[in-house]
Design a binder for this molecule. Structure first.
Ligand SMILES: [Zn+2]
Length: 335
């Protein structure tokens, strides 16, 4: 991450009031020699107060966040806000338009592209802009994800494990404010290319979410998404009079502590899940059986949970390849 971004903004981040427009990502192609990709951005600023970054469509097929932020950007007016709220309703715009996890332009997965590259294709160029221009303007950030087309989640929020105790405490505060049924601290996953890793490098308190999945939404996952974002804005002092409804039950604090928390398909074929989302499982318990389509009389393969805990994520499609994630679990927060 060396050069300067080529993305320009139609909105002025320092100006009071409500502005909406586009980040212009230069994209010179056959049908449009001097064209740019329009990434919608809304900024609402009113004097001093917290600087907030809200993002959705980091992955284009995760919709709770996109809908929540579209509603919010229409509802919020400067008089309701203290400080600044920056909203990206479709952060990886080409992926969002295509309804896909990755961008059809460069196959880029934005959440594996940080710190990005100002000279790269659109996805790394967007990552670079977020990390070098928008995160440094922010006191805290909420990046709204869901399971996407291939996964389904028990609605959850999450934070990355960070060394800075002050940032960790603020992230904890954000998880409690968001009030998803489950929150987890993600650690030991050897991942530094995500938005949460970018926030950690920028010393910004940030949380993510995994709100549902299957490439769509439900009234349940939408309600948790909207309540969560509204409560974060109220509790962190951005929108002090925000309507948030009744006090929800407290969030269960859990952790994901390394690759053993995930169950992967050991073979190619079609899979039969042996547990359901939300189940409590034990280490060694059978998780799934994989059957061979090409040779139906071949002995099926059964795989198991390496770590006992609560199943919060499950694969959606019935066809599997070796290495596909079938489940992951969380355990009660220990350290
Ligand atoms: Zn995602």
């Amino acid at each position: 991450m060396t050069g300067k971004t080529r993305i320009t903004s139609e909105v002025d981040f320092e100006k009071d009031g409500k502005q909406q427009g586009f980040l212009r990502l230069p994209h010179s192609v056959h049908r449009s020699a001097y064209g740019w990709i329009p990434i919608p951005i809304v900024v609402i600023k009113n004097g001093s107060g917290p600087n907030v970054l809200l993002t959705a469509a980091n992955h284009g097929d995760e919709y709770e966040g996109q809908i929540t932020l579209i509603k919010l950007c229409q509802e919020l007016e400067p008089s309701m806000v203290r400080g600044r709220i920056l909203m990206l309703t479709a952060m990886n715009f080409p992926a969002a338009i295509a309804g896909r996890r990755t961008s059809p332009i460069d196959e880029g997965n934005l959440n594996r592209s940080f710190p990005g590259d100002p000279d790269g294709t659109p996805t790394p160029a967007i990552a670079h802009y977020i990390e070098s221009e928008l995160l440094p303007l922010s006191d805290f950030a909420v990046d709204l994800h869901s399971g996407g087309s291939s996964l389904m989640y028990v609605p959850s929020s999450l934070m990355a494990r960070v060394d800075n105790a002050e940032i960790a405490a603020r992230q904890w505060e954000l998880l409690k404010a968001f009030a998803a049924p489950i929150a987890y601290v993600a650690g030991n996953l050897r991942e530094n290319r995500t938005m949460l890793a970018a926030a950690r490098r920028a010393n910004v308190a940030a949380i993510g979410t995994e709100l549902g999945g299957t490439g769509g939404t439900s009234p349940h996952s939408m309600a948790i998404a909207e309540r969560g974002v509204r409560r974060v804005l109220k509790i962190m002092g951005s929108v002090p009079d925000m309507e948030v409804g009744e006090e929800p039950p407290p969030t269960r604090m859990t952790e994901v502590n390394g690759p053993d928390y995930y169950v992967y398909s050991p073979d190619y074929g079609i899979w039969e899940p042996l547990v359901e989302l939300g189940d409590e499982v034990e280490a060694g318990q059978p998780a799934a059986t994989i059957y061979c389509l090409q040779t139906p009389w071949r002995q099926p393969v059964t795989t198991q949970f390496n770590v006992g805990g609560t199943v919060i994520c499950k694969r959606v499609p019935g066809a599997v390849e070796r290495g596909d994630c079938l489940f992951h679990v969380v355990t009660d927060y220990q350290h």
